[in-house]
Design a protein around this ligand. Structure first.
Ligand code: RIB
Length: 292
């Protein structure tokens, strides 16, 4: 069983700040760093570092072609990453000193110029039972859900960043939907975690659901209604960027390795907790041997 992750690749420009800049305010930052990132690419690296066989598909610009080599160095197969002529995706990220919370401005660039032929080419290489992982930073997500499902792939979506386009996606075709509280509230209305999962389950009865709760861990709901909860480890957060990406990669990798849902949740929460103790997005994702 293989994973095709069709998703974004970004260059992250990260500034550490005393607080997230307020409207009208100009704020100095003492540190600047450039990191590899993008929700899609981060999730591929998390899968690979957790030990899964993952092929990344996506699009970079000429100036960000180095991201492809970065993924390959981590063991991600990059056969379906193309270099376009348009500028690559990038993110401006503020990280608040003390809390490690972030705020992100995203420029989609090449991530949002994926041509139909690139979708055809990637899907043709996978077979029923393989996993198709998607986020919401490329232009072809809705089409990929439909076509991946029709091809017999098990489609997993992390609808991040959440926007109105997600409301039009065929979410009922998903095998697995992974949301945080904000994304869950946008789909089901604000509620406590269990009731939010009840609402999502009523709407998408054939979809497995996972709600990530940051420092509170995660809750998973199977299609049978069985619910599993995992607490998070207590850590001092330095930078929370890519914690959700780390969680998803580790959760899927554990399931593909035959682990139970509680085991997969435990591995995912442990990996996410370790990632927030380090700066950067992709660079903060732990290797499986670090969790042993
Ligand atoms: O999830 C974190 C990622 O979101 C960052 O790496 C940034 O590129 C944005 O896509």
């Amino acid at each position: 069983m293989r994973v095709l992750n069709f998703g974004s690749l970004n260059v992250d420009h990260v500034y550490r700040v005393a607080h997230i800049v307020r409207p009208g305010e100009t704020l100095g930052s003492g540190t600047y760093a450039r990191f590899p990132g993008g929700k899609g690419a981060n999730q591929s690296v998390a899968l690979a570092r957790a030990g899964a066989a993952v092929w990344h598909a996506g699009r970079v610009g000429p100036e960000s072609a180095w991201l492809r080599e970065r993924l390959a160095a981590d063991g991600v197969r990059t056969d379906f990453v193309r270099v376009g002529e348009e500028s690559g995706g990038h993110a401006i990220i503020q990280v608040e000193e003390g809390s490690g919370q972030n705020s992100i401005v995203l420029f989609g660039g090449a991530n949002r110029s994926i041509p139909p032929a690139q979708v055809d080419e990637a899907l043709a290489a996978f077979a029923p039972g393989d996993v198709l992982l998607l986020q919401n930073e490329i232009n072809a997500t809705a089409e990929l859900i439909r076509r991946g499902h029709a091809a017999g792939l098990r489609v997993c979506l992390n609808p991040a960043p959440m926007d109105d386009s997600v409301l039009g996606f065929p979410l009922e075709l998903l095998d697995l939907l992974v949301v945080n509280e904000h994304e869950g509230a946008a789909l089901a209305g604000p509620d406590d975690p269990v009731r939010m999962l009840d609402s999502l389950a009523a709407r998408y009865p054939r979809t497995r659901l996972c709600l990530t709760l940051g420092a509170q861990g995660a809750v998973f709901r199977d299609v049978s209604g069985a619910t599993f909860r995992q607490a998070a480890r207590r850590v001092a957060a330095v930078d929370t960027t890519a914690a959700g990406d780390t969680f998803i990669g580790y959760f899927l990798a554990a399931e593909l390795a035959g682990k139970t849902v509680p085991e997969a949740l435990a591995a995912a929460c442990a990996a996410a907790a370790l990632s927030v103790t380090r700066p950067g997005a992709m660079d903060s994702i732990p290797w499986a041997r670090e969790l042993a």
